[in-house]
Design a protein around this ligand. Structure first.
Ligand code: TMP
Length: 212
């Protein structure tokens, strides 16, 4: 294992981005790559990742739940997160594993905060309780414009994906804002280019950050 790859052990990375950003494809490539490097890793997704969390996910993404308020939505995402942090993420990090999350708290800031209109301090207060202040070491945002993202979505849209173009434009703005406000632990990657180029940019960014 090369020196910089070893640095990934015991770290917590979150893969983030608007719906249709290609983040889950990049996450699958990255976990396969990390295993080949000999890293022990734990992969989780949000909402979900635990038995209870997966049930919360069903509620959150069910297109029939049209009357769910943004505040209740935020609390459900956080409840799923609290369960995941305490039962899976913290033990894995303590054991020195690399933890890779498909979405985490940056999603709540972008979707329920900037796009949904909830004040950021409300979200951060609940986040403090749900995650014990445990932000990922790095939130990696796969950044795409709306048209590219829309073209990558499957035609069966879930409740969040049905929120429309203006909402998803604000989600992207929310991610940009977060990257400006938290440059130490939040980074944007151009995800409009082809899959191989995005993956190459991801590895280069990680190597740069871990060797500086
Ligand atoms: P996924 O499709 O990437 O699995 O994510 C599920 C949806 O949930 C996606 O539309 C983003 C949304 N989401 C939020 O709105 N807030 C959150 O805190 C999280 C984790 C996801």
């Amino acid at each position: 294992m090369s020196a910089w790859t070893q640095q990934l052990a015991g770290r917590f990375l979150a893969f983030e981005g608007p719906d249709g950003s290609g983040k889950s494809t990049q996450l699958a490539r990255f976990t396969a790559w990390a295993r080949v490097q000999g890293l022990q890793l734990v992969e989780v997704r949000e909402p979900g990742g635990t038995a209870v969390g997966e049930r919360i996910r069903d509620v959150l993404l069910d297109p029939e739940n049209t009357d769910l308020t943004v505040r209740a939505e935020m609390l459900l995402y956080m409840a799923s997160r609290a369960q995941l942090v305490e039962t899976i993420i913290e033990p894995a990090l303590r054991a020195g594993h690399l933890v890779i999350a498909d979405r985490f708290v940056a999603s709540t800031c972008a979707y329920q905060g900037t796009a949904g209109g909830l004040p950021m301090h409300d979200i951060l207060r609940v986040a403090e309780s749900a995650m014990g202040g445990r932000w990922p070491d790095l939130s990696i945002i796969f950044d795409v414009d709306e048209q590219t993202a829309a073209g990558r979505l499957s035609p069966l849209l879930d409740r969040m994906e049905r929120k429309g173009a203006a909402f998803h434009r604000r989600v992207r703005e929310g991610y940009h804002l977060l990257a400006e406000q938290r440059p130490a632990d939040t980074v944007l990657i151009d995800a409009t280019v082809d899959e191989d180029a995005v993956f190459e940019a991801l590895l280069q960014m990680l190597q740069r950050r871990l060797t500086n």
